[in-house]
Design a binder for this molecule. Structure first.
Ligand SMILES: O=C(O)CCC(=O)C(=O)O
Ligand SMILES: [Fe+2]
Length: 720
């Protein structure tokens, strides 16, 4: 155990050292020489401290003297009592430098990628008929051979492996292993491959859970590497997730005692923020082990009293089944109880998700409505506020180490695929001028950060915003699942339940006539779909809801902070909105009835959420370029939106009102030509949510729209 704790310290220390060094001009060699006072080419403990404190300016609060002593022992591989240059370099530049080491690392990565792919293929049946069917599915061109492009498209859209799991370049080497004779993959080769995969997996069955956990622990220990954003991808995620998964499996079978979970999460959550990712993993693992809510909630409070906010959060997390839900729980508690303590828990949960401005807002709110204020709680709230603000300042200033820590923390919360996707995308973009411009346009980079000298620093800033955006989306999803935010994750209805084959609606007819265009272009614009009087009434209803603050904005939404919106349940007869906005309800039902035509004509299997969004863009509001679902782009957990239907109600719209919708052609990542669509009253836009990149240009007046997202049935819960 002592050994493990020391290694943890070493990993963390290395990260801190490397972070500090990146702000320094000198090379490691120069730093080493400057500290090596007696010119022995060796560093004793005193000299190592000189490097750390005087040369790298790392304060005691970041790395204690005791920790330096312990890492000195670890760096000193031959235990001679002093560190020589090669030991020092092995430590700080852990990871490859020599070509042969680089090659080894590449081989390791390729092995991992092959394993990912094999695992994905492992689920297919091995009999001849099943493989033949699979082959035909992959072979889209039906020429009897699977090309590398066909395989890649299958891997992305069917196996749902993102860029993070498999880079395009690695696909080539994988394809070569399938294509044994180099003339394209034929059905026999696929058969052979699947058979081989199956037998290799049977050989390599996982071992005993405790052994697996120990192995996962070692893997994570060995991993290090958190300081590298090479190619914009953070190497640590895979390790953390492996660790997390193994531990979950182990705990699912052998639930640990509350005390054990408590001590484990304490042990993993060091008081310094550097390992928060770990901490969150631990907390999630603990949560998995089986919640005993009351006890955990009490422990959360206890930890909070001890002044350990993140430990407190761990308890809070273990009170729930999922990490994100903790936040929702805290928010709910905060919303329903006028208690400073609950407000604080909620703020801490938000802080742990990296949503610092929301955390700050929540702390302020909690303090204002505090009924049970005692001095020590108030003190804690003030400290939390100070910490949140301090953290925000460090992020704004672009402290490389802080940025990395935040990225790791959020990455661990999002899960490797999703976080990896975003980081690799923004990482890639940040390396070129055009890419940076695109990041600014998509809302993931501030103009000010575009001019930073180092691409890695640009990537860090952009990754942080992207991850924050995703976390916020995830949180919204969970809040709505918990009934706190009506909408995105509602239970759904089958299209047929909303459509009467007997009634003929002119709106449906209009849609039917435009289906060819929708099929080809993946987007279609229809005008005058409803009578102007009805649309006038909808607008009046929405205006009233705005006045009553039913429509609200989300300041933490980096892409669209000013929009005022609300999901309105339209499918339920008892809905409160039936009386307050009857016309809007009817219009939403008619939009929903269109799902049945889309399902039949586009060959989709759809599900209709029981609510649609009413939104107003006040002056200055805009929505950065985005997709409505990133499911096909490496986020398997994203909102299952398949088709977007927009209906505008802006009587007398002129160019001066602004707020045009700009849509790019399907699948070009928002890089090719685009078309501008005015939000004219009675105009309906229908498009494929996963394929069409779009943005809303700045509004100069109040711009109203209804939006219904129709979901992919395979990915939602259907009402009985
Ligand atoms: O209102 C619009 O035109 C589009 C809004 C949008 O893209 C969204 O809410 O996702
Ligand atoms: Fe959208």
């Amino acid at each position: 155990m002592a050994m493990e704790a020391a290694s943890h310290t070493a990993c963390r220390a290395r990260r801190i050292l490397v972070g500090a060094k990146s702000r320094q001009k000198e090379s490691w060699d120069e730093l080493f020489q400057a500290a090596d006072k007696d010119r022995s080419r060796m560093l004793d403990l005193k000299e190592l401290k000189i490097v750390i404190r005087e040369k790298l300016h790392i304060p005691e609060s970041a790395l204690t003297d005791f920790e330096i002593q312990s890492i000195h022992g670890e760096i000193d591989l031959d235990q001679s009592g002093v560190i020589d240059w090669s030991e020092f370099l092995t430590f700080v530049a852990r990871g490859p430098k020599r070509p042969e080491d680089e090659a080894k690392l590449f081989a390791l990565r390729t092995k991992r990628v092959h394993r990912n792919l094999r695992m994905a293929f492992n689920k297919f049946q091995t009999d001849q008929a099943a493989v033949q069917k699979l082959f035909e599915k992959i072979d889209r061109g039906s020429d009897g051979k699977i090309s590398i492009h066909e395989l890649l498209s299958f891997v992305r859209s069917d196996l749902k492996l993102s860029k993070w799991d498999v880079f395009e370049s690695e696909m080539k080497s994988f394809y070569r292993t399938m294509d044994t004779d180099g003339d394209g993959v034929v059905v026999e080769e696929l058969l052979q491959f699947i058979h081989k995969t199956r037998s290799s997996f049977q050989k390599g069955k996982p071992g005993r859970p405790d052994v697996e956990v120990a192995r996962a622990d070692r893997a994570t220990e060995d991993g290090g590497g958190g300081e590298q954003i090479s190619c914009g991808v953070l190497g640590l995620y895979g390790k953390e997730c492996l660790f997390q998964r193994k531990r979950q499996t182990h705990y699912a079978k052998n639930p640990p005692s509350t005390e054990r979970r408590w001590s484990e999460s304490k042990q993993l959550s060091l008081p310094k923020p550097a390992l928060l990712g770990w901490h969150d993993c631990a907390a999630t693992s603990c949560a998995w082990a089986g919640p005993d809510s009351e006890g955990c909630a009490a422990l959360a409070m206890k930890a909070l009293e001890e002044g350990k906010p993140f430990d407190a959060l761990a308890r809070l997390l273990s009170n729930t089944a999922r990490t994100e839900i903790s936040c929702e729980r805290a928010l709910r508690t905060c919303a329903t109880s006028e208690s400073l303590r609950c407000g604080m828990l909620s703020a801490l949960a938000l802080e742990s998700l990296g949503l610092l401005n929301l955390a700050q807002e929540r702390l302020g709110q909690a303090a204002r409505m505090a009924k049970d204020v005692d001095l020590s709680t108030l003190q804690m709230a003030l400290e939390a506020m100070k910490r949140v603000r301090g953290r925000e300042r460090q992020i704004e200033e672009g402290d490389a180490q802080v940025l990395m820590e935040e990225i790791q923390r959020m990455g661990a919360l999002l899960g490797d695929q999703e976080a990896g996707y975003w980081i690799s995308c923004v990482g890639e973009c940040s390396r070129s001028k055009e890419g940076q411009a695109e990041l600014v346009q998509k809302g993931f980079l501030l103009e000010a950060h575009r001019n930073l000298q180092q691409p890695a620093q640009v990537a860090r800033h952009a990754s942080l915003v992207a991850l924050r955006y995703r976390i916020n989306k995830k949180l919204q999803r969970h809040l709505s699942a918990a009934g706190l935010l009506m909408g995105v994750a509602d239970q759904c209805l089958l299209p047929k339940a909303l459509h009467s084959p007997l009634s003929v609606d002119p709106l449906e007819e209009q849609l039917r006539q435009s289906l060819d265009e929708l099929r080809a272009k993946r987007l279609v614009v229809l005008d005058e779909v409803l009578p102007p009087e009805a649309l006038c009434k909808v607008k009046l209803e929405l205006q009233r809801m705005r006045q009553e603050q039913v429509l609200q904005n989300d300041t933490n939404d980096v892409c669209n902070p000013l929009q005022e919106a609300k999901y309105l349940p339209f499918a339920d007869d008892a809905t409160q909105f039936r009386e307050s906005c009857p016309v809007t309800m009817q219009v939403m039902q008619r939009l929903a009835a269109l799902a049945s035509i889309l399902e039949e004509e586009l060959g989709l299997q759809l599900a209709v959420p029981k609510s649609a969004m009413a939104a107003c863009y006040p002056p200055k509001a805009s929505y950065k370029m985005h997709l409505d679902s990133y499911f096909l782009h490496g986020c398997p957990d994203d909102i299952p939106r398949k088709v977007t239907i927009l209906l505008y109600c802006n009587q007398g719209w002129t160019k001066s009102v602004g707020g045009e919708l700009r849509a790019w052609e399907a699948f070009d990542q928002g890089r090719g030509p685009s078309r501008t669509i005015e939000p004219l009253t009675g105009r309906m836009v229908v498009f494929m949510a996963e394929e069409i990149w779009h943005e809303v240009l700045e509004s100069h007046g109040d711009r109203y729209a209804l939006t219904l997202w129709i979901h992919d049935r395979a990915r939602v819960q259907i009402s009985p």
